[in-house]
Design a protein around this ligand. Structure first.
Ligand code: FES
Length: 234
């Protein structure tokens, strides 16, 4: 239902055209700006940061209509200094947003071999804190080959074969309305490799060209569990 609305919204907002150039895989020290997109729920209401459930996997598509991103509330218990002080890698990530600085977003595309959540399954997921696996707890894991990323440190790689951090999504937070906009990315991008790897699947899932269009206007945020049939945790 939510996905249908997402597709409908997308079709209403965007005209199909020539696919823009997608960035390469190297790290960048400065944010890369894309369209300013409002994050909304399935009814079209602005997502409130305070309403995001702690440790839930939320999903939206940015900066392209076919590129999935995690939206996470890491919770007030996180070390704010870590969240505010950027990652160890020189990615320029400024930390979480929201009143507790606990809201973060990352491309849900593994930087090892571009694993992504699909409507059928997701090997890449955020594992809630306090889970069975100590390494995975509070981390984003890709169970295909065991890469582990820390969402509290700019998507830094803390395990496995991934060669670079997840691409961080720059969020703009409005303190008055408690609403969120996505405005760009931090760090290296793997969108070019992603589109190459999933060309056929994305055509099937989104239509002939929609997945390659830049997101704009409003984008629906949904629970990952509503988008994908099966999540694999490791
Ligand atoms: S594709 Fe994610 S660890 Fe290999």
């Amino acid at each position: 239902m939510q996905r249908r609305r997402f597709i409908r919204l997308a079709a209403g907002i965007f005209a199909l055209g020539t696919a823009p150039f997608m960035g390469g895989g190297s790290e960048a020290a400065t944010p890369k700006r894309y369209q300013r997109v409002k994050l909304v729920d399935a009814q079209g209401n602005g997502i409130k940061a305070a309403a995001l459930q702690e440790d839930e996997n939320y999903l939206f598509f940015y900066p392209y209509m076919g590129t999935p991103c995690f939206l996470l509330n890491l919770g007030a218990g996180h070390d704010r200094l870590r969240l505010a002080s950027a990652c160890d890698n020189p990615c320029g990530w400024p930390g979480g947003v929201g009143l507790e600085r606990s809201i973060v977003a990352y491309a849900a595309i593994c930087t090892h071999q571009v694993t992504r959540p699909s409507p059928r399954k997701s090997f890449i997921n955020y594992s809630p804190k306090g889970g069975k696996s100590g390494e995975a707890s509070g981390r984003i894991t890709c169970c295909l080959h065991g890469s582990v990323f820390d969402p509290a440190q700019g998507g830094k790689v803390v395990g496995g074969p991934a060669p670079q951090p997840l691409t961080a999504i720059e969020l703009d937070y409005d303190e008055e309305t408690d609403e969120l906009h996505a405005v760009g990315t931090y760090g290296g991008e793997v969108f070019k490799a992603y589109f190459k790897a999933y060309r056929k699947e994305l055509r099937r899932e989104f239509g002939p060209a929609l997945a390659w269009q830049e997101s704009a206007g409003e984008i629906v945020v949904m629970r990952l569990s509503d988008y994908t049939k099966r999540q694999f945790f490791c």
